[in-house]
Design a protein around this ligand. Sequence first.
Ligand code: HEC
Ligand code: HEC
Ligand code: HEC
Ligand code: HEC
Length: 503
Amino acid sequence: MNIRKRMAIGSALIALGWLSLPGFSSASDQVAAKKILQQNCVQCHRLEGKPDSRFNLKAPDLIWAGSKYQRPWLIRWLTGKEAPLYSKGYRWDLNQTPAKHPVVSESEANALADYFAAHNKDARVTVGAFDVTKLSRYEADFGAMAYKAHACLGCHTIEEDGKLIGGPQSTALHESGKRYDKDWLYRFALNPQDFVPHSGEFLADATDPQVRAVIGYLMTQGVKDFQYYEPWTSAEFDKASVSRGKVLYKEYCSQCHGLTGKGDGPAASGLEPKPAIHANIPFDQLPMEYLYNVINHGGPAVGKSSNMPYWNLTLGQQGVADVIAYLKATFKGAPESTAATSAASPAAAAAASVLPAKAAAIAAPIAAVAAAISSSGGGGQSDACIQPRKTVRAPDSFMAMKNPLPASAEVLQAGKELFQKTAKPAACAMCHGDKGDGKGMMGAALVPPPRNFTCNAMMKDIPDGQLFWIIKKGSPGTGMMSFSGLSDDKVWQLIHYIRSLAR
Ligand code: HEC
Ligand code: HEC
Ligand code: HEC
Ligand code: HEC
């Protein structure tokens, strides 16, 4: 086919609105795209020039349109399949309400996208600067917090728990994961004024990790089933070494947690809450996400004491992987909650883990005895129903609160789901036990022990508002973390469920 003929067919297809194959742009498409832009777009949008205040513009600049958008979004926008971005109008200062945006055909939209890719790339954007495939759930959650802490919510909407929240002054960000190119977004965040100077946009005093977390979080907005990165599936964890972990444990953990994991290191006497008694935790059964976050990112990452340091910088990923391998190989849980294979003594366990099965069978009972002895002085649980309760009393305004939800089957079921499985940073059952008796797998590691919700004699005297306050804030100086990320409704669902466990 000669070139002239192909061009003729190409423009015929465009005219009919057929050609929708991306990346098949011919010279004629480019000419057609340019014509569309000149005739239908430049009266509102700028395609070149220097960044300018939005108060001098009619519409967002398209100067960097070749770098800014994900192509499928751009096509949807141009063909009229996306909701307005500025719900109060782009020029709200002129009382402009969002008008219907001009619409082009699918083929024209593709030609325009190709045109932008060829003519409106932004050289300031480094391709590959932001790796969204390495975004963990923890980082995204951290980004959501940073987003709020840096006032972003004040001017841009996002989606949380199925609701839009935030001030709709500027562009909506609740679908930003489907809209922006990740590298453009990252570059924008480094210095917004390079794109829209002096127009009410905001320069945040955020560190690079904070900026990356915020951008990562925005890249999850509007993306169903976002695939989070799981650091514990990395190569470092594949080649983790128990013996290297053992050395690290002695050097970095024993000062608080004790050489044999009994929570009795030299620093422990001055700490509230006490360092967890590792000897009583069945590490194999802990969710990796929780274990990784508390060690890599520190206590506050899971709502716990900031006296539990973050180890990512000190130990690196390999060190964190090694020490986790050591914990799993060494500590198997409190003796009363596990079989006789329990190993509370790191020496015995390390021995057991390297010895062949026969020798391990001999080592195990010795370890079990050691565990029994070691746990007798530890915190852990007891069978007494009423627990000594030094928990801080909630402020009066909270004490007066009553559960606003009905104790319906749906509410109880929702509370159960949170309690047993889904509450973040950790399911309540992990500490309070699946029956609510305070004997969860981590319960025995905590001093004071988790509350026993089955004890009606004690629970009947604790008002709803007190429970609400502790769940939201945590119980300072104890292993009870704060669940500040749970909505009020979810906390009330939990309280109905907790009450249903009392006998
Ligand atoms: C009458 C003015 C006007 C015309 C003509 C117009 N636009 Fe727009 N465009 C706007 C406004 C205003 C917005 C902001 C949309 C909103 O408020 O939701 C916008 C938004 C956009 C966006 C998203 C910008 C961003 O990053 O926020 C793109 C892309 C776009 N237009 C492309 C085009 C193209 C291509 C044409 C020509 C086919 C065109 N527009 C014609 C006014 C116009
Ligand atoms: C005081 C209000 C205000 C605050 C606070 C604010 N922004 Fe903005 N933001 C703007 C304005 C104004 C613009 C320019 C775009 C427009 O509306 O014309 C903008 C632009 C943006 C854009 C690019 C939008 C686009 O499509 O061109 C992103 C992304 C963004 N902001 C993210 C953030 C983040 C993240 C934070 C918090 C660190 C933040 N903003 C805080 C007002 C604000
Ligand atoms: C400076 C003292 C200190 C050091 C050093 C320390 N921890 Fe901790 N750790 C704590 C405290 C305190 C807690 C209890 C936090 C709470 O319950 O709020 C804790 C809790 C934990 C928990 C359990 C969290 C839970 O849910 O109860 C794990 C696992 C843990 N630490 C692992 C480690 C590892 C591994 C190291 C060494 C790399 C280490 N810690 C070093 C103080 C320390
Ligand atoms: C890491 C362990 C841990 C997890 C996970 C945990 N708790 Fe606790 N919880 C505790 C400990 C320890 C106490 C005892 C604190 C005290 O005595 O003040 C406690 C106490 C409580 C109390 C008693 C407050 C009072 O005034 O007596 C409530 C209510 C409670 N937890 C609810 C929850 C709920 C709901 C969840 C899940 C959303 C949860 N806990 C998850 C460890 C945990």
